[in-house]
Structures are given as C-alpha cells and as structure tokens.
Design a protein. Sequence first.
Length: 202
Amino acid sequence: MASITNPLSMFDIKDKVALITGASGAFGMVASRVLAGAGLGLAAHEGGHLVANWMLGTDVYVKKVEGGGVPFFAIAHRDELSRRREFIVSSAGLWAQAATAEWLLTRTPRLRSKRAALSKGLLAFHVATSVLYGAAGLGAFGPPERDTRGMAVAMGGSERLAGAVVLTPGILDAYRYFYPSATWARWASRLSKMAMLIPLLR
C-alpha cells in the first residue's frame, strides 16, 4: 500500500541498492575464493616440478614462455638429465595436481553440493590444466617447454599418447564432480592416474 499512498516511494532505491550490493559482494567473495583455489592448484603443479628437481639435485631457474600469445613461466633446469629423470621432472607437476584432486574428491566426493569455493577452484584448475595439456599433447602445439612434450621426448614415445594419458584423469574427475555416485568413474580415474607412472617401469 505504500506505493499507492506515496507514489514517489517506488523511486526509493536505497533498499534495492543494498540488496544488489550485498549480492554482488557475496559473488565477489565466492569468485575470489575460487580464484584462490586455482592459485593453490598452480602452486601444487609448479611445486611438484620444484620438488622433483630438488630431489634430483638439478639447478633450476624460472623461464619465460609463451603459449598462444599469452606470456607465462616455466620451471626449467640447466642440467643434462637421463631420460628417466627428465620424465620425472616433466611429469611431477601433473602428478602433484592429480594427487591433490584425488585427495579432494576422496575426502569430499559430493563436492558439488558443498559450499567449498576454494576446493572447487582447486579442482577446476586440475580439470582445466589436464584438458589444456592433453589437447596440446594430442595436437602437438604450444611452447616447446610443455609437459607432454617433455614426457614424450624423455621416454622416446608419442606425445599424442602422453596427451591422452594426461587428458583422461581430468575428464573423469570432472565427471566425478557432477556424478559422485558413479563408482566406475571413481576407479577409472584412479587407474588413469596410476597409468601416468607406467613409463617408470620401463
């Protein structure tokens, strides 16, 4: 009735602005936590490379690279390594993010229904990176420092195969996020992650 007795009240936007501002503020907080989770995923990936290099005693440095016109960086090393060690260094980042994603989905299988923006950002990084590296491996494109190329060159194998091996866990983990009750996806994902270690048996 307020709008009838006082027609000018319909132009009172104070409460409306407060509502919109509150909603946008909540969205901004969620978005920042998702981005923070993605940042943790990046730290896990690059940290995997650093730990592998440290364990092997290599001299590492940060190298500027460019993929698709987008500048980025890579953890590189100056030492000449055996093919086995080169494979470990190239794969370590992907191993680290795959292990992190597995821990996350095992601890919280119904992640999608939870208010866990940080964890969702972490998983999103894993899925996106797996798809990106997998596609780069299958298509043999991107900077020469890409992990799939390093894996393939180190073991004398096909980069397309390396791309498929990297892509599979990401797709399966995305499926697990949307369908947490799918037992087959859970075990297929775990087996696909273990398959990343098979070249070490050669």
